[in-house]
Unconditional design. Structure first.
Lengths: 304, 266
């Protein structure tokens, strides 16, 4: 099992395995350090950062739906400066790839954050154009191909690290958005963020979430996410980080076959803190059982 | 490892829709403090993704037993109620920052409403060397549980119910208010539904007595990673959303902001 080749290269960044903790489900990673060995993870995409500290949305912020979770956190975070000064030094003690996920209300904010993070010791920058839980920015930028192109192009000028653009699935044609990101200069694409949804309490006739709507994640969205990754992989030349409801090693394989070079695990982290380690072990077992010794044999290996 | 598999020793109905489960766990029994909770994965239904946070009702350190009390409110707790002796549960815990006794505390009042009575019992069991008066509020006689347990460690137990079928007819905080006007403790500790907590906060304005309250919120990971179980903590003009799972579930009553709108402007 130790001879398995699990390492992947995404836009020049070397991941020891293709498993990345998805932004917003894993805090800054350090919250999980007592539960798992962070050194075993391919990478960590830290909780969504904004230029200034942000309080987030009013509670309740989560509701369970069949095989899924709706959340409306709304990017609660202590701001990019705090992350760089107070979180990153401890996080950098671990041997894993650190991805900073950035969120802005305007083009200027995105560029400002990218410039600030240029000097920080992170490996990759993830441009989040897909948060469904904020009024300005987020998903409203990510649904317009022209906007995706221009923000990507502008941020690319300010970023030293490879730039990943995270896409929302709340669009008619995901390939159009993916191509816009690629044309704008994205080094990689990550998809999908959550699907906009809602839940209603019939006793009170009120929405369950304090923010009324939220983002749906978990196994409920996996088939759609997988389809979108596959569609995008056919039209772009840059690597894809696939995500959406991955709970098992077999599901990692599905995303790799569909064309993802690496994957992110999100909702599973809320179920159990050691989910990613279990998923990694399942992935290794799949490879051993199927006599696959290099993970690259799986990437884009879908037979149609 | 905080995540482990535990065996169910007993699972029985103790009041209307309320169940008590006893599990065996050396780790939880030996390390848990009152106010902490365990985070339970619901077995037999993979579509129920989230764990259920359930507060600890008491522990037996000699036999490594842990009691939890829960109300059946949905699919997950319904499945829990059907589990039998010998079955296993996947749990995380003990989690959260529980109640604590500041130095010099001699006399405490403990207040529980409905499901909130369960964690309050653990306070009395653990700190039974203190002078304790208990205030327990239930919907009615058929919803009441563990009153005899409270009598073991309390100097007095005050009871109330919504329908008057047990104890005083009316909110438990009214009884507390009356008692506070006669005699004051060093500390109050409380757990219960939001209307009870709000009434308690309002009553406490009149008295200068510190009060710890345990909050409930819809929860995700339980370990501070996902930021979904937040509550507004601070003062009206200077507050932040704190995590109920790791900053709490126990907070000082005066810091907990339950009224009004906290829509952010950023």
């Amino acid at each position: 099992m130790e001879n398995l080749k699990l390492n992947v290269n995404v836009a020049g960044v070397h991941f020891k395995n293709p498993l990345i903790a998805a932004s917003g489900t894993f805090g800054f990673g350090l919250e999980y350090k007592d539960y798992i060995d962070l050194n075993q993870l391919g990478g960590i995409s830290v909780t969504g950062l904004t230029l200034e500290p942000r309080k987030g949305n009013p509670p309740p912020r989560i509701v369970e739906t069949p095989s899924g979770i709706l959340n409306s956190v709304g990017l609660q975070n202590p701001g990019v400066e705090y992350f760089i000064e107070s979180v990153l030094p401890e996080l950098k003690q671990y041997n894993t790839i650190i991805i900073a996920n950035i969120n802005g209300n305007s083009l200027d904010e995105y560029c400002h954050m990218a410039s600030r993070l240029q000097q920080a010791d992170i490996h990759m920058l993830e441009l989040n154009l897909s948060c469904p839980n904020v009024k300005q920015g987020g998903v409203s930028f990510g649904t317009d191909p022209k906007m995706v192109y221009s923000i990507t192009k502008a941020v690319k000028k300010h970023s030293y690290q490879p730039l990943v653009v995270k896409l929302t699935p709340n669009v008619t044609d995901i390939t159009e958005i993916a191509l816009a990101a690629q044309q704008g200069g994205a080094d990689a694409i990550s998809l999908v963020n959550t699907f906009l949804g809602m839940a209603i309490d019939v006793k009170t006739r009120r929405p369950v979430l304090g923010n009324i709507t939220g983002g749906l994640s978990g196994p409920a969205i996996k088939p759609i996410a997988l389809r979108m990754v596959w569609q995008v992989s056919k039209v772009v030349d840059i690597p894809i980080i696939g995500m959406g409801g991955i709970m098992t090693g077999q599901e990692v394989v599905e995303f790799l076959l569909a064309g993802a070079t690496a994957v992110s695990v999100g909702t599973a982290n809320l179920v159990s803190p050691n989910s990613m380690i279990e998923i990694l072990n399942e992935l290794k077992n799949y490879m051993v059982n199927n006599k696959i010794f290099d993970i690259h044999e799986l990437i884009g290996g879908l037979i149609v | 490892m905080y995540r482990h598999s535990v065996e169910i020793i007993e699972n029985k109905k103790i009041a209307s829709n309320i169940y008590k489960m006893t599990i065996i766990s050396n780790h939880v029994a030996q390390t848990a403090n009152p106010g902490q909770f365990i985070h339970i994965k619901i077995p037999y239904d993979e579509s129920l993704l989230l764990r259920r946070p359930i507060s600890i009702n008491g522990v037996n350190r000699d036999q490594n037993l842990v009691d939890i009390v829960y109300q059946v409110v949905g699919k997950g707790t319904k499945i829990l109620s059907h589990l039998v002796t010998g079955e296993k549960l996947d749990i995380l815990g003990p989690l959260g920052r529980g109640f604590w006794i500041p130095k010099g505390t001699k006399k405490i009042y403990i207040v529980g409403g409905g499901c909130g009575v369960a964690p309050i019992r653990f306070i009395g069991e653990r700190w039974n060397h203190l002078d304790i008066i208990s205030f327990l509020g239930f919907r009615g006689q058929s919803w009441a549980y563990q009153i005899d347990e409270f009598e073991k460690f309390s100097r007095k137990v005050f009871l109330s119910s919504d329908d008057g079928s047990i104890g005083f007819k009316g909110p438990i905080v009214s009884l507390l208010d009356k008692q506070l006007s006669i005699d004051k403790p060093d500390l109050i500790m409380a757990c219960g539904p939001i209307p009870m907590i709000k009434a308690l906060q309002k009553t406490l304005i009149k008295y200068d007595i510190p009060c710890q309250i345990s909050l409930e919120e819809r929860m995700g990971c339980g370990i501070g990673g996902c930021l979904v179980c937040t509550c507004a903590i601070g003062s009206k003009n200077n507050w932040n959303y704190k995590k109920v799972c790791t900053h709490g579930p126990v907070f000082w009553s005066e810091e907990v902001i339950l009224d009004g709108e906290f829509e952010t402007k950023c």
